[in-house]
Design a protein around this ligand. Structure first.
Ligand SMILES: Cc1cc2nc3c(=O)[nH]c(=O)nc-3n(C[C@H](O)[C@H](O)[C@H](O)COP(=O)(O)OP(=O)(O)OC[C@H]3O[C@@H](n4cnc5c(N)ncnc54)[C@H](O)[C@@H]3O)c2cc1C
Length: 1059
């Protein structure tokens, strides 16, 4: 027999021990939680099988004897008969077959009782699945013992079954060592088998605890120095074991606690139900605890007799419609178990509210680990990766379930999941709303407009995340997927996104912990990209582009859920003690969701293909009318003769309809946004501008900025030429942007909404062109995100600043810093509380050549010594909240690294800055003019004077005609200048830029003035935007240089061309 050979060969003993130790080392999974286990240093627990892990043959026999009318105690006596050489001991040493044993044993029993005893029926019962089942309390204890890093062994007197296999109805994976008497040829209480077990464990006797139900077996163990526990009933034995080990083996059930006061359920009624419906024959009383999991549907842990169950019920009180459908949970788990998806085994659904107050269902308690902390502390990086891989795989398994085959074809609607979900969560949110959350309002508007075009339909879990998974304690295997409350049929990608929530949440975030602040490479956790790639690969599907949509949707849903929990906490219905705190996090989550909407907007925006100018047809622009000429009928190049070489084939796009399809689409989205969101709020904004709070940014604008971001209508201004890789902007050409910028110009508040307003646009372009990476990180990125604002300080009251070389402010080096002194005014935007950066122009070297004296320095607005003296007004208008400030810079110290490009390069920078920036003003002025003309036309059609509408007056008609002609002329010149900048560069376009700068403000001024005239006195009021348009058009005859300076430039260049 094996055991004899083993005891004969000491070499083999060592070989086996070495092999075993190797096995233990390889099983690193189980070692990570090895901790000091208190009390003595026990390192293993050895279990007998019958009577300890499974029911004892004696107890089974007692029941069987009653049922079969066999005198009580017959089997037990027969088992002992013959001692060492009796049939039972020989059977357990593997010396006789089941058949021989039954013959001998049957004879023995019959002799004892003087009747025929059907012993084979007893052994069938003893070995049946129904009886030979491990006590859950033991399974749970083993899980905890191993989780603490101790070894476990089973040391069993067992026998061979007729099929030649040994009788061991246990999950072998639970044990490090299994010693079976029939295999070893030796039985307890023979000391050799104990020694063999210890040998295989690699331990001294004093390092282990042995549990058995039979005194002689325990006696030998004690004599060998092993600590023993006599098992009369498993529950008590486990309590003793807990005392010896110094750690709990039961309340270690993850996340369990006494039932909360508001969540109590009538135990008598429940106990009766369990006895009646599940046939539990209990002697002890019912133990009821509550999981702190299950914010929505309270979940309880039940122990009755040797059964461990989980009860999940609806929360008490009036519930929101469609929520808490535990009947569905029951149904899906039942169906998925058949499809091989690991789920807890469901036992019974009770829809009768009279039992415990609400419907509930029961499932078997499944011991395992739930990782509450998604960063998986205590695991090795490889184990973390394996855990997330297992999570990913089980998700794929769920999404692969054949709906028809498992009878879930009608579990939800086919298709349209996301739109339905958005509506469902919107309704839930509205039903539990306690106050306005701006980000939620924006999402409610944004989500339906950005739905994925294609969606597959599979089973979706609806709340798939790590802490809804029960893991094997020793290996990366998902034992059960829990919490199916939100399951339905739907778009599987929603589950994938939801399972990545932790990737975006900080580790300090309550309830839903995350690891956005952790180093994933170091942790071994797959990044979102890796996780998603893994999923796609396994599912055999291509990756998607609109991941951000799914994340926005996921966080929106979480926010709506949290709001529901919060509301219920206010009415005392919530199942979690943390509910109130949870609800307050709704806004935070909503903001996070909105960040993804914004990212999605940026993605769309980045995907606009960069268009190099090329041959296109042109159309006459007319805002609400069809093009006058059919597309493609005419095309022409307006490039001047002298410069045609570089632009030979390229033509000017003079109407939005001639733009490339993606840019045209962008144009129409912008137009839609203006009509939907901007024009309607103008009068409200005017109210803000007149209010006491006017120097603070209007919340309305901030809200619209968020919406614009999420539409990808953001940072449209950066020309392709400055940002060829489209790192920062949409990569539009100047001509393309000209059409969009004109649209934005139609409302004074619009440019800021799209982060396209001066002076930020010029400053951002300056940073893109000339900033160092550090300067970009500190200033450009927050500016691009619209988080801060900036100003440009050049003009000085003491000198004629139309000539930039005149400026006197000084920038001097001192102690490794630059110290600036100067008096500036008309600094637009400096009064805005968000203004954090001032681009300061001053002289570093007054003795250098005229154009190399100036430098541009980046001055943080919180630097000491910046004193704003007053705000200047334009015709009495304050232009809040940025205003135009008069400022003294007094000994302002600025780090040297804040110098742009280098000392003496300021003039060069200012020129660069004014290129596209200058033409943006002109583009906007065309917008002002179009709006003014449109308002004028509407007004004169409806206003009657001297018996007929104003429109029938010849002078009015002349004014309209004049305005149309002038707008068209100016627009053509703007577009031509933009076109030249695109095809030949800013320098080559200098003449055209100067020409349009000369033309546009005064043209706009005249058109607006005519409109005001047609309006009568109303035109001067703030009821219409005309007066503000007029003030701006007038101011723009100075800003960026007075008309005369541009005239002088035009004249000089003209004279150069035609000497
Ligand atoms: C609304 C607004 C916003 C502004 N924002 C800013 C800002 O953010 N940052 C900033 O630094 N500055 C800003 N400015 C200032 C603007 O850039 C200057 O006003 C402009 O450069 C003119 O300088 P000045 O006012 O010193 O006029 P001056 O240089 O004193 O010129 C006065 C007048 O002299 C005449 N003149 C000048 N040169 C010539 C010439 N070559 N030929 C014939 N006539 C000539 C013109 O009629 C000119 O208007 C802003 C101005 C306004 C109105």
């Amino acid at each position: 027999m094996a055991v004899r050979r083993l005891f004969q060969s000491s070499c083999l003993q060592w070989a086996l021990r070495a092999a075993f130790l190797k096995h233990v080392r390889c099983r690193t999974w189980g070692t990570y939680q090895r901790t000091h286990h208190g009390g003595r240093a026990y390192r293993a627990v050895i279990f007998d099988m019958g009577g300890v892990l499974i029911p004892s043959p004696g107890r089974v026999a007692a029941e069987w004897e009653v049922q079969n009318h066999i005198p009580s105690g017959t089997v037990s006596r027969a088992l002992l008969e013959g001692g060492e050489n009796g049939p039972w001991m020989r059977f357990m040493r593997g010396e006789i077959t089941m058949e021989n044993f039954l013959q001998e044993f049957g004879r023995l029993c019959s002799e004892m009782t003087q009747t025929s005893v059907p012993v084979d029926s007893f052994f069938s019962l003893l070995t049946s699945e129904r009886v030979a089942k491990q006590f859950p309390v033991m399974t749970e204890a083993i899980t905890h013992i191993r989780a603490k890093g101790l070894q476990t062994a089973v040391l069993s007197n067992n026998f061979y079954l007729p099929n030649g296999k040994s009788f061991l109805p246990l999950d072998r994976k639970q044990f490090d060592v299994i010693v079976e008497s029939c295999l070893e040829g030796v039985c307890k209480p023979d000391p050799r088998i104990y020694k063999l077990c210890l040998e295989r464990l690699g331990l001294q006797p004093s390092e282990s605890i042995f549990l058995d139900d039979l005194g002689p077996n325990l006696k030998t163990a004690t004599s060998l120095g092993i600590r023993t526990i006599k098992v009369n009933d498993p529950e008590t034995a486990i309590k003793e074991l807990e005392a010896l080990l110094g750690f709990t083996l039961r309340v270690g059930i993850p996340n369990i606690r006494p039932v909360r006061k508001t969540m109590e359920i009538p135990q008598d009624s429940l106990e009766k139900y369990l006895r009646d419906s599940l046939g539990i024959q209990a002697t002890g009383s019912l133990e009821l605890l509550q999981f702190d999991h299950g914010q929505s549907n309270p979940t309880y842990y039940i122990r009755l007799a040797n059964r461990q169950l989980v009860l999940r019920k609806k929360p008490p009180g009036i519930l929101l419609p469609f929520a808490h459908a535990i009947e569905r949970e029951f149904r899906i788990m039942k169906a998925l178990a058949n499809a091989g998806v690991p789920v807890p085994k469901v036992l019974d659904l009770c829809e009768d509210s009279s039992v415990i107050g609400t419907p509930f269902y029961l499932m078997e308690y499944c011991p395992g680990l739930i990782y509450k902390d998604p960063s998986l502390p205590g695991l090795e990086p490889s184990q973390r990766r394996a855990t997330y891989t297992a999570m990913n795989r089980v998700l794929c398994k769920i999404h692969r379930v054949d709906l028809q085959a498992v009878g879930l074809g009608d579990y939800g609607k086919q298709g349209g999941y996301i739109p339905r979900q958005v509506q469902t969560w919107l309704k839930q949110y509205r039903a539990s709303e306690t106050g306005t959350i701006p980000a939620m309002e924006r999402l409610i508007e944004w989500l339906p407009l950005h739905l994925p075009s294609q969606q597959r339909t599979t089973v979706v879990h609806g709340d798939f995340r790590l802490d809804n998974l029960l893991f094997h304690p020793e290996k990366p295997e998902v034992l059960a997927v829990l919490d199916w409350e939100l399951s339905t049929l739907g778009d599987p990608l929603a589950d994938v996104a939801h399972s990545c929530l932790a990737h975006y949440l900080p580790s300090s975030f309550p309830i839903l912990r995350g690891f956005v602040d952790c180093d994933l490479t170091q942790l071994g956790i797959p990044t979102v990209e890796e996780y998603f790639r893994m999923y796609c690969l396994h599912m055999g599907i291509p990756p998607i582009k609109n991941w951000n949509f799914y994340m926005a949707f996921s966080f929106f849903r979480v926010a709506a859920i949290l709001q529901g929990v919060y509301k219920r906490s206010l009415t005392g219905q919530a199942s979690s003690a943390n509910a109130e705190q949870t609800g307050k996090l709704t806004e935070l989550i909503a903001n996070l969701a909105w960040d993804f909407a914004v990212k999605e907007g940026f993605r769309i925006f980045k995907e606009i293909p960069a268009t190099k100018p090329h041959t296109r047809s042109h159309h006459t622009w007319s805002r609400s009318q069809a093009p006058l000429s059919p597309p493609g009928t005419r095309s022409y190049s307006s490039v001047p003769e002298a410069s045609t070489a570089g632009a030979s084939k390229e033509a000017l796009v003079i109407s939005p309809e001639g733009l490339s399809p993606p840019v045209r689409e962008l144009y129409h989205r912008l137009q839609h946004f203006m009509e939907q969101h901007v024009f309607p709020v103008e009068s409200e904004l005017q109210g803000h501008q007149a209010s006491a709070d006017r120097w603070n940014p209007s919340p309305l604008i901030e809200d619209l900025k968020e919406k614009a971001k999420a539409e990808g209508l953001w940072n449209l201004f950066l020309p392709l030429e400055s940002d060829p890789e489209k790192k920062y902007g949409a990569g539009l050409t100047n001509v393309e942007y000209a059409h969009l910028c004109e649209l934005m110009g139609m409302s004074l508040c619009a440019p800021e909404i799209f982060n396209c307003s001066a002076p930020d646009t010029g400053n951002m372009e300056l940073l893109v062109r000339y900033g160092t990476e550090e300067q970009k990180a500190r200033w450009l990125h927050p500016l691009l995100e619209g988080k801060i604002r900036s100003c440009f300080a050049m003009t000085e009251p003491q000198v004629a600043s139309s000539d930039a070389t005149n400026i006197e402010a000084s920038i001097q080096e001192e102690d490794g810093f630059y110290v600036i002194n100067g008096h500036k005014w008309w600094i637009t935007g400096i009064l805005d509380p968000r203004c954090q950066l001032c681009m300061f122009m001053g002289k570093t070297d007054p003795l250098a050549p005229r154009h190399q004296q100036q430098s541009v320095l980046l001055v943080p607005m919180d630097s000491p010594g910046i004193n704003i003296i007053r705000s200047l007004t334009v015709f009495g208008l304050e232009d809040v909240p940025g205003g135009h400030g008069e400022v003294r810079f007094e000994h302002v110290r600025v780090p040297k690294e804040n110098m742009v490009l280098g000392p003496g390069r300021g003039f060069e920078i200012a020129q660069g800055r004014l290129g596209p920036g200058r033409i943006h003003h002109c583009m906007r002025l065309i917008g002002f003019s179009e709006r003014a003309l449109a308002l004028m036309k509407a007004r004169v059609k409806s206003r009657v004077a001297f018996g007929k509408p104003l429109v029938e007056q010849g002078t009015v008609l002349a004014d309209i005609a004049q305005s149309r002609v002038e707008i068209e002329q100016a627009r053509l010149l703007v577009l031509k200048a933009a076109h030249l900048m695109d095809v030949q560069g800013n320098k080559a376009a200098a003449l055209d830029i100067a020409m349009i700068k000369m033309v546009a403000p005064s043209m706009a001024y005249r058109v607006i003035d005519r409109a005001i005239q047609a309006f009568g006195a109303a035109g001067l009021s703030s009821d219409y935007p005309l007066a503000q348009f007029l003030a701006w058009a007038r101011a723009l005859r100075f800003a960026d240089g007075p008309d005369e300076v541009h005239q002088a430039t035009v004249a000089k260049l003209e004279l150069k061309r035609h000497p």
